[in-house]
Write a protein that binds this ligand. Structure first.
Ligand code: MN
Length: 747
């Protein structure tokens, strides 16, 4: 497109923003100025205008104008990642090429090559996301990283996902859970890998809130209730330390923030403890202002341990040995004179910025003032270095078994169902077909790449979605041997050519000759080739092959020859029938099971929905729990709690089987629930517990398992309940039994 017509399309230099939009722009520039040393305000203004104009008239699921989204993403990029203005501009434009009539050429014209490369990367990745399911997270991460020519593509993708998660409540519940699971599986660990801890923590909390709102709200409420006493405690605890630090002329800040909700939940799960027994709900952080050094961190450590007793095994020195993602800090846990354990982190302001904002901040500190493309290259190399040589670190166990591949010697492509396949570079759809199944390779007729017909022999590119169109006849072409790179395809083709086809087609030819002899019919090779074509074979060789395998009846061909002999004509074949595959049958089941709800949730009541369902034994859901349904292979629906480990696994691997389920308002049935009671081992304890259950709550017990050790009593009670509120009442009441210390739901 020429300059004049681009200018005509959106003349950004001339356009005057409306008042409300100029206010939005001003706010964005303010955030940029607070977080970046230098920026091109004019370019940001232009990007804002194009963002506003191109998305004009579009709305999001929330009903808000669409352009709010890229502006919010740009704010996150400026605030949380703050590398440079190029990434802010790219964030503003990240959905334009994908969703509007703005082209990559327009972007290049207004903002130059660098921005165009980033937008191109973001658009490609978005396309890949549309066609995947949530399988194979690790391989998918590799794909993302290998597709991104510029690391800022990935960083913008984090910000994009964060804003989408912040606004997820506007989507259907089913969709919410799917997106949250994908985020938990893919984005949160990758953000952690990049050292973007703030983003990772917020993503995890938002996912948790979407998947299990009940547990999320429970912990959030508990944290709120404890806020005042926590703050008082921190003030009192830090008083003597603060005095010493001031006396010794330190300049510092003390933060006492609660840990993020999901990490508290994880801890409760791991240690099988109720909220009240998690001692490190918060960490105290002492941040030393510039120009304090790491030696000063050690001095602070020594002041703290003068006052409080440290627990040696909980000491961590991430200053001398930083984590692979650049994290540096001293961690220590001390005991107060009242026996309370408190975790303290000591770090400089610089270390704190890296901890909060990750590699980008580290890079900034390394490079000082001189930001530019050269130093960005060094940053990218440094990221690659870190990613390729992970140091042992238990917090990053998800990468234990694989190395991120940034050197593009592998190719990542998708099946039509979104499954990811890894192939060597230069692979073609033929390789892909053989990768799926040797029979698909043998019967491949044509391919579709990204929805368009493409030659089977064309080289594939990263992120391509490939579909193989197969005939019901073998269609192997010996020339393909030069177009394939995978061992599988090469050896299959060779094998096919050399042995199977010859032997089998010889056998077929024999059968055919016998039939001709019996009927006393003669036909020339030329005529027979025509007949073979009528049966959709390239040549007689392939037809004999199919006769040899028995999939083509010699009598069918014989009849055709007789007809031809008498009429002199060859008729067209129209009967192309195929039998249903297992996959198709399975899909039908799923569709049947889905159709009852027609987009609504399955209501759990007594059979009104007309669908067979049952409750999973692994998590025993009871009315009030957040639940989700999975359609099993026979079309029945299994109900799990959303946070059940098995359900989480299914969400990741079988996302297409989810159905939204809801509890009916009134359910007459009783459900099995279990509680764990811990307390003093005293005479009459079991009696008192059973009394409470049967007399004051008239609840039926199914079983009670009791063990005691060193004067402590532990009971696991299985009982019949109406639902969550009933179980809560039981737990509260049991908590008041004399000597009982904790009561929690048992899973
Ligand atoms: Mn977006």
């Amino acid at each position: 497109m020429d300059k004049a017509s681009i200018l005509e399309k959106y003349n950004l230099d001339e356009y005057e923003l409306e008042k409300a939009q100029s206010e939005d722009l001003k706010q964005l520039i303010k955030i940029c100025n607070e977080n970046m040393d230098s920026l091109d305000e004019e370019a940001i203004t232009k990007a804002f205008k194009l963002c506003y104009l191109s998305h004009h008239g579009l709305t999001r699921a929330s009903g808000e104008p669409y352009y709010y989204h890229p502006v919010e993403v740009a704010k996150i990029v400026a605030q949380e990642i703050n590398i440079d203005d190029i990434s802010v501009i790219s964030a503003l434009l990240h959905d334009t090429v994908e969703d509007t009539d703005v082209t990559l050429e327009d972007i290049r014209f207004w903002f130059g090559d660098e921005v165009a490369v980033i937008i191109d990367g973001v658009t490609k990745i978005a396309g890949v996301f549309k066609s995947r399911d949530s399988k194979q997270a690790e391989a998918f991460m590799k794909l993302l990283l290998s597709m991104a020519e510029d690391i800022r593509v990935i960083l913008i993708k984090f910000a994009d996902r964060l804003h989408n998660m912040r606004t997820i409540q506007h989507l259907r519940r089913e969709k919410q859970i799917q997106i949250a699971s994908e985020t938990m599986e893919l984005y949160a660990p990758l953000a952690h890998r990049f050292g973007l801890f703030n983003i990772k923590n917020e993503l995890e909390d938002l996912c948790f809130k979407a998947i299990d709102p009940t547990s999320f709200k429970f912990i959030a409420r508990k944290l709120r209730e404890k806020k005042d006493s926590r703050e008082t405690f921190i003030d009192e605890f830090m008083m003597p330390i603060g005095r010493q630090l001031i006396k010794q002329k330190f300049s510092f800040e003390i933060k006492g923030r609660p840990k993020h909700i999901y990490s508290i939940y994880r801890k409760m799960q791991r240690q099988q403890k109720p909220f009240e027994e998690i001692y490190d709900l918060f960490a105290i952080r002492i941040i030393l202002e510039d120009p304090h050094t790491k030696e000063d961190c050690w001095r602070v450590y020594s002041i703290i341990t003068d006052w409080y007793t440290p627990i040696p095994e909980r000491f961590r020195d991430f200053i001398s040995v930083p984590k692979a993602n650049g994290y540096q800090s001293l961690h220590t846990t001390v005991i107060t004179n009242r026996g309370k354990k408190v975790e303290i982190q000591i770090r400089t302001r610089r270390m704190d910025n890296i901890a909060e904002k990750g590699l980008a901040a580290h890079w900034k500190y390394k490079e000082g003032e001189q930001a530019g493309s050269e130093s960005l290259d060094r940053f990218v190399n440094w990221v690659r270095d870190v990613l390729d040589n992970p140091r042992p670190d238990s917090t990053m166990d998800f990468v234990k078994d694989f190395q991120l591949n940034l050197y593009q010697d592998e190719l990542y492509v998708f099946t039509p169902k979104g499954e990811l396949k890894t192939l060597p570079v230069n692979a073609t759809p033929i390789d892909f077909a053989f990768e799926i199944h040797s029979e698909i390779g043998e019967r491949a007729m044509a391919s579709k790449v990204n929805g368009k017909m493409a030659p089977l022999r064309q080289k594939l590119r990263n992120g391509d979605q490939v579909e193989i169109i197969t005939g019901n006849k073998v269609n192997l072409n010996p020339d393909w041997i030069d177009d394939v790179v995978t061992h599988k395809a090469k050896s299959r083709i060779r094998q096919f050519i050399k042995q199977k086809q010859r032997i089998v087609s010889d056998k077929g030819r024999e059968l055919w000759q016998k039939r001709l002899d019996r009927g006393k019919v003669e036909i020339s090779d030329q005529e027979l080739t025509k007949i073979a074509k009528r049966f959709k074979y390239n040549d007689t060789q392939n037809m004999f092959y199919e006769m040899g395998t028995g999939s083509l009846d010699v009598n069918t061909v014989y009849k055709e020859v007789k007809k031809y002999k008498s009429t002199g004509r060859i008729e067209d074949d129209t009967s192309e029938t195929t039998s249903k595959t297992d996959q198709q049958i399975q899909d039908e089941y799923i569709n049947n099971a889905r159709s009852f709800a027609a987009g609504n949730a399955l209501i759990l009541d007594d059979d009104i929905s007309n669908v067979k369902y049952s409750y999973a034994n692994c998590c025993n859901p009871i009315p009030g729990d957040n639940v989700i349904g999975f359609i099993s292979r026979n079309g029945d629906v299994k109900i799990h709690r959303t946070m059940c480990n098995n359900a989480q696994h299914l969400l990741k691997t079988e996302g297409n089987r989810i159905v939204d389920v809801q509890w009916a308002k009134n359910i007459d049935n009783k459900f099995l629930g279990a509680v764990r009671v811990i307390g003093e081992d005293r005479v009459g304890m079991i009696n008192d517990i059973t009394d409470v259950l049967s007399k004051s709550l008239s609840t039926n017990m199914k079983s009670i398992n009791v063990s005691s050790d060193e004067g402590m009593f532990e009971g696991i009670i299985t009982l019949y309940v109406d639902g969550l509120s009933h179980l809560d009442r039981i737990m509260k009441r049991l908590g008041r039994v004399e000597g009982v210390k904790t009561v929690m739901r048992y899973e």
